[in-house]
Design a protein around this ligand. Structure first.
Ligand SMILES: Cc1cc2nc3c(=O)[nH]c(=O)nc-3n(C[C@H](O)[C@H](O)[C@H](O)COP(=O)(O)OP(=O)(O)OC[C@H]3O[C@@H](n4cnc5c(N)ncnc54)[C@H](O)[C@@H]3O)c2cc1C
Length: 414
């Protein structure tokens, strides 16, 4: 595949852009692959990419029931940070954040990584104590964060009202190299690189069954017929429980809708990402000028990819105290995704009760930031049977009570 470069753009400009190749092939499935990954979201595609790049395994198919990046990967608010409290979380999220720094160059695809900085506001004394603790933990973990006072917060975000009547801003946990990236581009960049390595990305093909040969996986039934494999990776976010049931086991997961919205575009007013976890709202400004706003999950389980109206109302109402200017903006559009939430709000990257079947899920409301790190670790787990990045995230932790409790630590997980 031709490299994207300034020279290539100049050449194509001179010939009316008639020479660009397709970014990825759309092949018919082969009867057998060394590895099948189900789910062409960011995590599935990144897993395939690092299988090829780090382990030379390229006889790989990524099977997607819709279009690649059409799940949560193309529906999130793109916040990237690694300021987690627990050591295993900080390790995988910081690996991920550091891979994001050079991902555009690595993939030869502009994923628009914007390390503009992320503030998590402290609006109660409990949060101040919590974030001070996280800042100390991050120092030990090698994650660059700092607790800043309310005046520094105001300097970073002049439009913020820090003297709100209910929840005045007392300070914040600041991660200067956190930020955002273009979500579709992350999926597209990985897809293009996978296709370039000879992997098959098979879209519009649903996995409808998992075939076992004794205790091991033999392949998958799909809407395009049976496809055999030596190893199977299931990376389907909100549908993980459905796929696990096909293989005959259950997962400690709930699927719920999480939604987000954008305002009409306005001139640049805020060049950092702000998360207000007490009131449960978070916001950044897109390159187009829209205010990108997210809140909490629906309280009931469902697979609708929509979300309910009262959540939007609650999220916006909560943010207006801290950002009064929001009350004068119109909402442009709203959407939802189905997120897969575990009890300890930490992911599952694990072997399963079925030999040669692996699962990568449970990223819940916060997995966009983890895509490169998760792919890196999951590829190693699938190739070698073990990865230091994923070791603590096995399914057995639920049986053994070894939770990696980020819900208590962070309050919010985006
Ligand atoms: C509104 C919203 C806001 C969010 N905000 C953030 C944020 O700011 N920062 C952050 O880090 N994270 C955020 N997240 C979470 C993040 O989007 C997800 O954790 C992440 O994208 C999950 O990626 P994935 O590849 O695991 O799943 P997905 O992108 O959902 O990919 C799974 C794929 O599997 C496919 N699939 C399912 N079943 C089958 C089947 N039977 N056969 C074949 N294919 C199948 C689906 O079609 C889908 O494309 C947000 C999520 C939402 C919904």
């Amino acid at each position: 595949m031709r490299k994207y470069s300034a020279f290539a753009i100049a050449r194509e400009a001179a010939r009316h852009h008639s020479g660009w190749e397709r970014a990825w092939r759309s092949p018919a499935p082969k009867p057998f692959y060394d590895v099948i990954i189900v789910g062409a979201g960011g995590h599935g595609l990144a897993s395939a990419y690092y299988l090829g790049k780090n382990f030379g395994i390229t006889n790989v198919a990524v099977i997607e029931k819709g279009w690649l990046g059409g799940g949560n990967t193309g529906r999130n608010t793109t916040i990237i940070r690694s300021n987690y409290l627990q050591d295993p979380s900080a390790a995988i999220y910081e690996k991920s954040r550091s891979l994001y720094e050079t991902l555009s160059q690595d993939l030869n695809y502009n994923i628009m990584f914007s390390p503009r900085g992320v503030i998590m506001l402290a609006q109660t004394h409990h949060e101040v104590r919590g974030y001070l603790r996280t800042a100390h933990a991050n120092a030990l973990q090698g994650v660059e964060t700092r607790f800043i006072d309310k005046h520094e917060v105001k300097k970073l975000v002049p439009i913020m009202n820090i003297e709100g009547p209910r929840y005045p801003v007392l300070g914040g946990l600041w991660q200067p190299r956190g930020g955002t990236a273009r979500h579709d581009a992350v999926a597209w960049g990985y897809a293009r690189a996978c296709s370039d390595m000879g992997m098959d990305i098979i879209q519009q093909t649903e996995v409808t069954g998992i075939t076992r040969d004794g205790g091991a996986v033999a392949g998958v039934e799909t809407t395009k017929g049976f496809i055999g494999c030596k190893k199977l990776g299931v990376v389907v976010a909100g549908h993980s429980g459905v796929l696990a049931e096909m293989a005959g086991f259950r997962l400690p997961l709930e699927s719920v809708a999480l939604q987000a919205l954008v305002s009409e575009p306005i001139k640049p007013i805020m060049d950092v990402v702000v998360m207000a976890n007490t009131v449960h709202g978070y916001m950044s400004q897109s390159d187009k000028g829209e205010m990108v706003i997210g809140g909490g999950t629906d309280s009931h389980n469902n697979y609708t990819q929509r979300g309910s109206f009262h959540h939007i109302e609650e999220t916006v109402r909560a943010l207006i105290e801290t950002f009064p200017m929001l009350s004068r903006l119109k909402m442009l559009r709203q959407w939802g995704g189905i997120v897969d939430v575990t009890g300890d709000r930490s992911p599952i990257l694990s072997k399963t009760p079925v030999d040669n079947m692996f699962i990568n899920c449970g990223w819940g409301t916060g997995g966009f930031k983890a895509i490169p790190g998760s792919g890196w670790g999951f590829a190693e787990l699938m190739a070698r049977g073990h990865s230091p990045l994923t070791a603590e995230f096995g399914l057995e932790r639920f049986r053994e009570g070894r939770f990696i409790d980020e819900s208590v630590a962070a309050g919010v997980a985006h």
